[in-house]
Design a protein around this ligand. Structure first.
Ligand code: ADP
Length: 381
């Protein structure tokens, strides 16, 4: 590591059985080391628990020649901030207790985030730990976009509303998009399409999120690797009554056996494309449903925003699959959106892929949630 570095931030993303880590120089904006510890707590795994996982990360950092004394802050990705947290938050015991309480809203994610926070605080007791919430950017959703049209009292008693997720990515990408246009985020209206394993869209007006496709949980919205996205809730009642599926089975069906996987048997987009090219009708249908849903959201967000300056594609699929970008926006010339096929298929990194005369500029913007988290944590150093 360079001797002039002012210090680095360790960014942790703790899942139920994994910890992703990245050591970042927030000033230079570069990653020093990154990696993943998997199979935590699984049978036959050498990594018994998250504490052991973090010891392994320590070891890996030391092995790569990192001086752990240079870690000046730890940034934690936290999935659900509820209505309580939106800005990056310095972690105290009270914050940990509150994040644990929010596990009600994110039972799969928040408990794992809390375990990661606890072990890291014990490991790095002398530096600030900062929580960055996946829901944070969407706290600004107007009531008309955040409310579900259900009984108000039930909604308020149980915290039922649209929270949105992937917020760190949507915020980062919408800002980068404005930079690429050479304009202030406050002047730019953007549609961000975050297409990874999970997928979500957002409408951002002048740097402020006004719509997003995920709701109370990350299940709503676009077609994803294994999640169905939008679905008539009546399907659940019907399956419960006719197939006898209980709530856990339905949860598993919609979260793990739906989306691309449900339609085609594969959730990885690379495999899906391969099967499409081999003429699989199931894979072709999955691709078509995916694209159709994406187009519907683009159209909806055009209407929400009125004027769209930028449409930014990001994450694994958004950054790498030219066909998805082309197909999702094909035939929208009348709405001022024209992708340039050459630009779309060539180049790499952040770039413009629309034609010169396109009213909305279409962009590819690689996301970097870890850098955004590192920068947020750095504010507390
Ligand atoms: P996560 O939501 O897990 O962060 P990513 O943003 O890494 O996911 O996106 C993962 C998805 O992107 C997978 O479906 C993967 O197949 C797809 N993907 C990544 N790179 C490519 C590529 N070069 N071509 C096609 N698909 C890709």
């Amino acid at each position: 590591m360079s001797a002039v570095s002012a210090g680095v931030v360790l960014v942790l993303n703790s899942g139920s059985s994994s910890i992703k880590f990245r050591l970042i120089d927030p000033v230079a904006g570069t990653a020093v080391v990154s990696g993943l510890v998997e199979q935590i707590g699984e049978p036959d795994s050498a990594v018994a628990d998250h504490a052991a996982g973090l010891r392994l990360i320590h070891q890996r950092l030391a092995d790569s020649g990192v001086d752990l004394g240079e870690v000046r802050a730890v940034g934690h990705r936290v999935v659900h901030g509820g209505t309580r947290f939106h800005a990056p938050t310095l972690i105290t015991d009270a914050v940990v207790a509150e994040v644990s309480r929010l596990a009600e809203l994110a039972p799969l994610h928040n408990p794992a985030n809390v375990i990661g926070i606890e072990v890291a605080r014990a490991d790095f007791p002398d530096v600030p730990h900062v929580a960055v919430f996946d829901t944070g950017f969407f706290h600004s959703l107007p009531a008309a976009a955040a409310a579900y049209a259900i009984d108000r009292e039930v909604a308020s008693q149980y915290g039922i509303r649209r929270y949105g997720f992937h917020g760190t990515s949507h915020e980062y990408v919408s800002r980068e998009a404005a930079l690429l246009l050479g304009r202030e985020p406050a002047e730019v209206n953007t549609i961000v399409l975050h297409l990874g394993n999970g997928a979500s869209a957002s409408a951002v007006r002048g740097g402020v999120a006004v719509e997003t496709s995920m709701g109370l949980t990350p299940l709503e919205g676009l077609v994803m690797g294994t999640r169905c996205g939008d679905i008539d809730p009546g399907v659940l009642f019907h399956l419960n009554r006719t197939a006898g599926l209980g709530v856990d089975k339905l949860d598993e069906l919609l979260n793990r056996r739906s989306g691309l996987k449900g339609l085609s048997g594969v959730n990885d987009f690379r495999e899906l494309l391969q099967q499409v090219s081999h003429g699989s009708s199931a894979a072709t249908l999955a691709y078509d449903v995916y694209i159709h849903r994406l187009r519907k959201y683009v159209g909806a967000y055009l209407a929400v925003l009125g004027r769209v300056d930028a449409i930014a594609f990001t994450a694994g699929v958004g950054e790498n699959v030219a066909a998805v970008r082309e197909d999702a926006l094909a035939g929208l010339d009348g709405l001022g959106i024209v992708v340039d096929p050459q630009r779309n298929r060539g180049g790499n990194g952040a770039r413009i892929i629309s034609a010169e005369h396109s009213r909305s500029t279409v962009l590819v913007v690689p996301t970097n949630e870890e850098l955004a988290i590192a920068r947020a944590a750095w504010q507390f150093v």
